[in-house]
Design a protein around this ligand. Structure first.
Ligand code: ADP
Ligand code: MG
Length: 137
């Protein structure tokens, strides 16, 4: 069993499609072992996305991710990290495969509805950034 970290981003919360995303997660065979709705501060987003701090879109990305509440999740299944990336689809919804969350619900390359850890190392940083052990059940 493997765990990965996911976020349902502000664009999805604003459009009331969090239930659709959660349904796709459950239909995809993931067990939700942690879930909470939070409003991130700009500096909390900056810490989370520090690997992108030199990218030109970093400022916009941090503003977007802190403009409204998000739902953070820890998902568990075999091969969870890669399988969640597959279910999310490509970063740009325009390039995402049919049946993926970003294809179905994404708005733009920035407002692309969901986040997912891209490696075991990322998951090991991202899960404890938001959840303590008692919150994972
Ligand atoms: P992913 O979320 O698919 O792992 P990245 O890690 O490359 O993608 O980027 C993190 C997030 O930054 C993306 O999900 C998206 O919200 C935003 N982003 C990525 N590339 C761009 C871009 N060219 N312009 C604006 N925002 C972007
Ligand atoms: Mg990424």
């Amino acid at each position: 069993m493997e765990r990965t970290f996911a976020i349902i981003k502000p664009d999805a919360v604003e459009r009331n499609v969090t239930g659709k995303v959660i349904a796709m997660i459950e239909e995809g065979g993931f067990k939700i072992v942690g879930m909470k709705k939070i409003l991130l501060s700009k500096s909390q987003v900056e810490g989370f996305y520090y690997v992108h701090k030199e990218r030109p879109f970093f400022g916009d990305l941090c503003a977007f991710m802190s403009r409204g509440p998000v739902i953070t999740l820890v998902l568990e299944k075999e091969n969870a990290i890669a399988d969640w990336r597959t279910l999310m689809g490509a970063t740009n919804p325009a390039n995402a495969a049919e049946g993926t969350i970003r294809k179905s619900l994404g708005v733009s390359i920035e407002e692309n509805t969901v986040h997912g850890s891209d490696s075991p190392e990322s998951a090991s940083f991202e899960i404890p950034y938001f959840f303590n052990q008692l919150e994972l059940v």
